[in-house]
Design a protein around this ligand. Sequence first.
Ligand code: GCB
Length: 636
Amino acid sequence: MEISIRFTCFSLCLHVFSNVCFKSNGKPVGMLYPRDSESRSLRHLDGMWNFIIDDSATRNESFVNQWYSNRLSKVGDVIPMPVPASYNDITTSKLVRDFVGWAWYDRSFYLDNAWSNERIVLRIDSAHYNAIVWVNGQEAMSHEGGHLPFEAEVTQMLHLNGENYVTVAINNTLSPTTLPPGAIQYKTDPEKYPSGYFVQNLQMDFFNYAGIHRHVTLYTTPKTYIEDIDIITDIQGNDGIVNFVIYSGGQADLINMKVEVVDKENHVVATSNKYKDTVKIGDANFWWPYTMNYSSSGYLYTLKVTVTDVSRGTVDVYRQPFGIRIVRVTNTSLMINEQPFYCQGVNKHEDSDIRGKGLDYALIARDFSMLKWLGVNCFRTSHYPYAEEIMDQADQQGIVVIDESPGVGISNEDNFSNKSLKHHKAVMTEMYQRDKNRPSVILWSVANEPASNKAAAGPYFKEVIEHVRSLDTTRPVTFVCNQDYNTDVAVQYVDIILVNRYYAWYSDVGHTELIQLQLENDLRHWYQTFSMPVIVSEYGADTIAGFHQEPSFVFTEEYQREFLHEYHKAFDKLRAEFLVGEMPWNFADFMTVQGITRVVGNKKGLLTRQRQPKMSGHLIRDRYTRMINGDTCSLK
Ligand code: GCB
């Protein structure tokens, strides 16, 4: 027990830290995506790093022995580990794959003198879940939670004209107050388990991949720099209205500000010299999902901000892409630019062979190619924020995103504590900071399938949702619900209802003939109770590619196709009323924990894990393509 407390406490309570800075008025600022410009350079530290796990019984020896103060090769046998990637599936070691605790990475790099007058920032786009970072043995930053970026200025810690090394310790332990929540369970029966034996219990249905999952970047800014940019757009007839605020950081007050709105053809279409202003773009190209307007789908402008100092000339330049669009929810519709939008959706995961959750440009390109092949115009970042490079593609390709937090599986009483609530709000702030200027993001989802039938869920979600609304007045807010309309206590606080349903899978398995009746009755209850539009945010059946049986049988491709088709019949009826979207679970098969209800992972994909279609993929492609061509019942 003593070890349990020490282990859990050390692993999880140390270095609790949120990376977002706040202005004196409480406004969060910071975390602009690193981009090069006339005044900024960047260098990715991706590649092969040295790697070693701390599998000591206390999981704490690495700190006792201060592994961070020397190169890891001096403390033990390091192995090469790619960054970005999850470490779990890289080796043939079960210990590494299933490891729980601190895993250590380091690498060296050289810097010349070119950056001697610059402010140098180290940014990690995502590390799971808790991370501590040292530069040349000095602690530079720490961060709680995966999936979101964190950074710190490290100028003073670096050796210009010499060798440097960076060390990153990450801990994947999930506790009742982390997001996602989980619990370490000690198995104490000496007849069955060796002393100190513990397991990590998960409350989510995906493999708990860990590692440095996205880019590690060193970037420069001048000493006076553009710290943040807020852009809120509106539309007036054919004109676009762009409201912006520029925040500065650093040594001096900014002297002159030049703001230009640049269109895709590189024409400057509006200018301002204020840090906070509203400009109008006549006859603007609005940002549209590609299924609503081919000619200007995914249309992005650039807000080019130039800061000059009269004595020194140009100080900093930053180019922020943005789109002009508005979102609104009525009683029955989800409106983009005042036109009803129907979500021909899918749910996704960041998941693939070998890399786990590691960023991979080839995979991103393939996924977007398959999204378009399927006719998908909307996806949910189930169940955590995805890489910024994925979000960039959604912005550019005109695909709508329901941006979900890592609040998946908030189901036990102790997941609703004040500590959890505080952390959940901090995560939402970080997410908002990262994604606030993205036109593709039309809806915030603060959680997936919490126990929203528990009394504690009411005040908890009221507060989280109000917090998001206080940050962002332009997008609706929701959470994804799997409770019943008459027992749920939190849906009353959302702007649009998202429900997950598995009729003929988790209930009445095999009975596809019941789907239409059960689904229609259920969805009508939700609508009648809350008078809000509804999206079926998950429905699906596990299917092993290549299994066939006629008549259909569970786990065969025939069953999945028939199952989806029955849902579609109900959807087609309700679309004319209040249903504004459908999202099969899942775009592709993905890995889960080992268990007797999962056959080497969750197999509800329309595609295999290698992104090849099952029969269901063809069914969805046929359905969504017809919707795009207006062949089925007209969109509301
Ligand atoms: C759900 C969860 C998702 C699971 C899925 C399933 O409701 O939101 O994370 O993977 O069901 O397949 O059971």
